[in-house]
Design a protein around this ligand. Structure first.
Ligand SMILES: *[C@@H]1O[C@H](CO)[C@@H](O)[C@H](O)[C@H]1NC(C)=O
Ligand SMILES: *[C@@H]1O[C@H](CO)[C@@H](O)[C@H](O)[C@H]1NC(C)=O
Length: 326
């Protein structure tokens, strides 16, 4: 009984602290100057983007999702699919660096462009997301948290290398991973004030979710890194290495719940809690490629498929309604 009431007290305290965190960090900015941003550089990721957009609407985010896409990269059908759903688009020019990844890591060649929002000074706040993410709970506090000048917020990359990829850097080991450090105190691992500081371990932010206050000076520094062939040749993880360099010692670490890598459900089972995930991230393999769909062997893939099916049902119903009105 004693431990039970202690646990309840702990939960109440955590709720109070979490509330204070969001109240203190809250900042008033015009809604239209704050956006979620996702890159869509080929038609194949369209289901990811549509389901991400649907998930943001389902959790009632106050903020719009903007799809940035390279000029002429998307088919007319894809552009029309975005337009029909009222999703804002923004034509961009891809960022290139003095390094081209090949083989398995060719997926990183599009990743440099994820740095582009740092230079989008027409916005006050951009929260950049990957197309292989969905929101399970409202995360609007990321739009409202206060950031010091020349900083950004992100979650730590999980550097456990759970898929044991042979070409990953040798220091990608569980003992260097910020989330391993939290296994001893799982109850607080989801709380912002208990996030492991950005300096910990390999100090590598995951580039899949970036809380950005666009700034011309920071963007120039990022571009200078991308143009430096010596530096870029040493990078194993594209934009994440550039972020680590430019925001060294200054980036603010967020708790794992804002960028819940699906691989962490196993690799960091002690801290993972399904009901706490706000945004889930399908790194490497994609749920839409899983033929088993909502019967997938992976629980986290089933979440994506349930959202996808819900979106399709919702859109069919909307189409039916608009037919009736006409
Ligand atoms: C590239 O970066 C390295 C390491 O920081 C630095 O020594 C070198 O001067 C840079 N090169 C250029 C052209 O800026
Ligand atoms: C997971 O989080 C929920 C919601 O806060 C909580 O009720 C539950 O006890 C947690 N589960 C574990 C195993 O900690």
């Amino acid at each position: 009984m004693v431990s039970r009431s202690a646990a309840v007290l702990g939960m109440c305290l955590a709720a109070v602290v979490a509330f204070r965190w969001s109240a203190e960090m809250a900042e008033r900015r015009p809604v239209h100057k704050r956006v979620w941003m996702v890159q869509l550089s080929s038609d194949e990721y369209l289901p990811g983007v549509l389901t991400l957009d649907f998930s943001m609407k389902k959790v009632a985010s106050k903020y719009a999702l903007v799809v940035m896409h390279p000029r002429d990269a998307l088919s007319d059908a894809t552009m029309a699919a975005l337009r029909r759903r009222g999703i804002a688009t923004k034509a961009i020019t891809m960022l290139r660096a003095a390094k081209t990844y090949t083989g398995f890591d060719a997926r990183f060649n599009h990743a440099w462009t994820k740095l582009l929002p740092h230079g989008m000074t027409e916005y006050d706040r951009v929260v950049e997301l990957d197309a292989d993410m969905v929101a399970l709970q409202n995360a609007d506090e990321l739009m409202e948290m206060r950031l010091e000048p020349a900083t950004m917020a992100a979650t730590h990359a999980c550097v456990c290398n759970p898929k044991q990829l042979a070409h990953y850097p040798a220091d990608f080991r569980p003992e260097n991973c910020a989330y391993t450090a939290q296994h001893a105190r799982p109850a607080t691992a989801h709380l912002p004030e208990h996030a492991v500081p950005g300096r910990f371990g390999l100090a590598l932010p995951n580039g899949g979710l970036q809380v950005i206050d666009p700034d011309a000076g920071t963007f120039r520094r990022l571009l200078a890194v991308l143009a430096n062939a010596t530096l870029v040749a040493s990078f194993s993880h594209a934009e994440q290495n550039a972020l680590r360099l430019v925001f060294a010692g200054r980036w603010v670490a967020l708790p794992w719940v804002y960028n819940g890598l699906y691989t962490m459900r196993e690799a960091h089972q002690p801290i993972w809690n399904d009901s706490l995930v706000k945004i889930v991230h399908y790194i490497i393999e994609k749920p839409w490629d899983d033929a088993l769909q909502e019967h997938s062997h992976l629980e986290t893939y089933r979440w994506w498929w349930r959202l996808q099916k819900e979106r399709l049902r919702f859109e069919q119903n909307m189409a039916r309604v608009s037919d009736e009105v006409r």
